[in-house]
Design a binder for this molecule. Structure first.
Ligand SMILES: Cc1ncc(COP(=O)(O)O)c(C=O)c1O
Length: 352
């Protein structure tokens, strides 16, 4: 399929023909700037970022930093408002409402379905198997001419495991549409990112985010890594100034603190393994699933009641028991060491 990949055949006709919005700043960045109806008298707060001016539409210096960090070219990088924006843009670029479909592999991140619902796009579900791995042949059987996107999540939320790389590669090679690999939690895993594979596979999009390993959920910065054809369409469809100056500035500063980011990553991994070990010692916990992310999924008797009891004590975890294959499961994020101890202690106290 890779030799015959034709992105224009997959893209919606109105997007193919779209004349994108052009900002005057696409042509001129310096001079007497009287082109954008900004307030030339300045912002009412002290800041060196010239906040009375619109941000750049491209953020090339940030894209270059991210590209170097991930070992791809800067033309492979798209920046979005969280990962949720690229998810929505991919729906809008490729899926005709009321006609096209996507495939998801539950139990998985809920936003793929929500975004499809918002865009009036059908969702086909091919469950993971009982080891929380992909049923590759079933996925390929489920795909037809209307199936434009396949969402894979590795490490997967809420199951916390890596999907097998060989399965993902098989799907990327054989799926007749775009394969999106959501790597929100990749830095907590020992498995290698799929990012560099975008050089080889023009139908692959890898999603990453500053919300998890970088500890910057509040700045809302997500990344889509893909070949130039897909990036071209994402840039064409995005709102011109989607990434604001404060976000870009903080993200650039984060790259000066990579040592701290790596230190914290190791700390979270250590804490995760400690909490998992403690949970495994409890007789009322049936399974603690192996985790390559910054959270744990575990199966416990009367999970919904335990969830409510924990919440009453001010300890908020996520009840995942309504997800397929996750009966009686709770998901807990790894916190600070004292928070983890409080969670473990409260859990013991509230068990029915
Ligand atoms: C698998 C997965 N992808 C994406 C996101 C959202 O990331 P962002 O904060 O970049 O929108 C989450 C958030 O929990 C997630 O679990």
């Amino acid at each position: 399929m890779q030799n015959s990949f034709n992105i224009d055949a997959l893209v919606r006709e109105n997007i193919r023909n779209l004349k994108p919005y052009r900002s005057a700043r696409d042509d001129f960045e310096k001079g007497l700037l009287l082109d954008a109806n900004e307030n030339s008298l300045g912002a009412p707060v002290r800041n060196s970022l010239q906040l009375h001016r619109y941000p750049t539409t491209t953020h090339n210096s940030l894209r270059k930093k991210i590209a170097a960090w991930r070992g791809v070219d800067f033309e492979n990088i798209f920046l979005g408002v969280g990962s949720d924006e690229p998810i929505d843009l991919l729906m809008r670029i490729f899926c005709n409402p009321l006609k096209d479909t996507i495939i998801t592999t539950p139990p998985t991140y809920g936003m793929y379905r929500v975004s499809a619902n918002i865009n009036n796009v059908g969702v086909k579900e091919v469950l993971l198997n009982d080891k929380f791995q992909l049923q590759t042949e079933k996925i390929l059987e489920a795909a037809d001419d209307s199936t434009k996107l396949l969402f894979l999540c590795s490490p997967n939320n809420p199951t916390s495991n890596d999907l097998k790389r060989t399965d993902m590669l098989r799907l990327i090679a054989a799926f007749p549409g775009i394969v999106v690999v959501d790597e929100a939690y990749i830095d907590f895993s020992r498995q290698e990112s799929m990012a560099s594979m975008v050089q080889q596979y023009p139908n692959l999009v890898v999603l990453q985010t500053f919300s998890k390993s970088f500890g910057l959920a509040g700045i809302r910065l997500g990344i889509a890594i893909a070949g130039p054809d897909i990036i071209h369409y994402m840039l064409k469809v995005k709102a011109p100034y989607n990434i604001n100056k404060l976000t870009a500035d903080i993200a650039l500063q984060a790259f000066d603190n990579m040592e701290l980011i790596k230190f914290n990553l190791n700390k979270i991994r250590e804490e995760r393994d400690y909490v998992a070990e403690q949970l495994r010692h409890s007789d009322v916990i049936d399974v603690v699933y192996p985790s390559n992310a910054n959270f744990l999924l575990f199966k416990i008797h009367n999970a919904e009641e335990v969830y409510r009891n924990l919440a009453e004590q001010g300890v908020i975890v996520r009840y995942r028991g309504n997800e397929p294959l996750c009966e009686n499961c709770l998901r807990v994020t790894i916190g600070m060491p004292d928070e983890n101890i409080r969670f473990l202690k409260t859990l013991k106290e509230v068990l029915p």
